[in-house]
Write a protein that binds this ligand. Structure first.
Ligand SMILES: C[S@@+](CC[C@H](N)C(=O)[O-])C[C@H]1O[C@@H](n2cnc3c(N)ncnc32)[C@H](O)[C@@H]1O
Length: 382
């Protein structure tokens, strides 16, 4: 049976939502590999390699020639000497025409040629025997990415096999909208049972019917059920990034890891890719004009870095300079942005730092250590 396609031309131009999804996967992959390589550099040199598996890979490029996730992962690996030597990649795409394009795009990629282990591409439908088709689970820590259209092919049974080995994490696109509607209709019981496993799906349907929940409460029950389905395999609570479109929740990018550190890293990555004032992506917020169109957060960050390059100052010292009209929250967001860019270190002795939509919170008592930045041409802050 041919692969079902969504309406519209998905691969002609990336949407902003697709770009966010790609950046989250690529950034997490880079951070995750840093953590694991320091462990694999032990004198015993066990498990030197790291792997990335994408079960629904697509063609690798959009019609405008911009790169999609498979080639972004390959390019990032080629820039990193450790990953060039140690990354194993497996890409599966079920549509033969798209798989041909992926093979061609990889063959033409200079970055792919630099990898010691050439990427492996397969063309198989994601079903029960997919593991055999792709040559099994790689024998080293693996990040699995599963980004289907709809939710057919996604199942806890399959994903949990990837989750079990040491160092393995899962990122999958969870079609909240369709799964949520499917839970209300007995025609979809069998497919939904495959997603969550029969026991968890049955309990979830019962809870939804009993509590008659809708909106955020239903969302909470569904996300909890995902956590429940993976917890027998040692998973932490899922970390998820919601995508809102046309005023409603459409998808979640779900992250499942056995490692608390994995969860913390992913929360930071997702916060960094969130739209203003929210955790996740909201099409509506994204298209709203900036509150201060003449000075956005990025510019404010650049300005602060120029003014305070190489200095250690308290947060209260910076809040009163010439952009004071932007207010404390905008200054905190700019500091969070600089922190993500590695341009400032935030120290707080009194108050604990919390996760917010824009990164880890900047308490009022924080001490900021600014990098030297590009100090040339810096104005005197006084
Ligand atoms: C959302 S797209 C993937 C996009 C890709 N992750 C990216 O970033 O460019 C989903 C892909 O999965 C493929 N696909 C859909 N159902 C499949 C199945 N059952 N088995 C394998 N591939 C499938 C589609 O042909 C499509 O290319």
């Amino acid at each position: 049976m041919a692969i079902k396609k969504p309406s519209g031309d998905f691969f002609s131009l990336p949407t902003e939502a697709s770009r966010r999804k790609q950046r989250i996967v690529v950034k997490y992959h880079a951070a995750w590999s840093q953590v694991l390589r320091s462990r694999t550099n032990s004198p015993a040199k066990i498990r030197q390699n790291l792997a990335y598996v994408d079960l629904f890979a697509g063609p690798g490029k959009y019609g405008d020639q911009s790169l999609s996730t498979p080639l972004l992962i390959i390019e990032a690996a080629a820039r990193d000497p450790y990953m060039r030597e140690h990354l194993l990649t497996r890409f599966n795409e079920g549509d033969p025409a798209l798989e041909d394009m992926l093979e061609k795009n990889i063959a033409e990629s200079e970055a792919a040629k630099q990898l010691r282990h050439p990427p492996k591409v397969t063309c198989a439908r994601v079903e029960e025997d997919i593991l055999r088709e792709i040559g099994g689970i790689p024998p080293c820590p693996t990040l699995l990415f599963a980004d289907p259209w709809g939710y057919k092919g996604l199942s806890v049974d399959l994903l949990s096999k990837f989750l079990r080995p040491f160092g393995n994490d899962l990122i999958f696109f969870f079609n909240y909208n369709r799964i949520s509607s499917g839970l209300n209709c007995s025609l979809f019981d069998e497919t939904i049972d495959k997603v969550f496993g029969t026991q968890v799906a049955t309990a979830l349907r019962a809870r939804i019917a009993l509590q008659k929940v809708k909106g955020p409460e239903k969302e909470r029950l569904i996300v909890d059920a995902v956590g429940e389905a993976f917890s027998p395999f040692g998973a932490q609570t899922p970390v998820y990034y919601p995508f809102h479109a046309k005023g409603r929740l459409s998808h979640h990018l779900m992250f499942i890891s056995k490692a608390p550190l994995g969860n913390e890293i992913m929360k930071g990555v997702m916060a960094g890719e969130s739209t203003r004032g929210t955790f996740g992506f909201d099409e509506a917020t994204e298209t709203q004009p900036l509150l201060f169109p003449d000075l956005n957060i990025e510019e404010l960050g650049r300005d602060l870095l120029q003014r305070f390059a190489g200095q250690t100052v308290s947060f209260s010292d910076i809040g009163v300079h010439k952009h004071a009209q932007l207010g404390i929250p905008a200054h905190k967001k700019a500091i969070q942005l600089l922190e993500r860019q590695g341009e400032v270190v935030v120290l707080s002795y009194e108050k604990a730092r919390r996760l917010t939509a824009h990164g880890i919170s900047v308490p009022d008592d924080a001490i900021l250590v600014f990098s030297k930045g590009d100090a040339r041409g810096t104005e005197d802050p006084n």
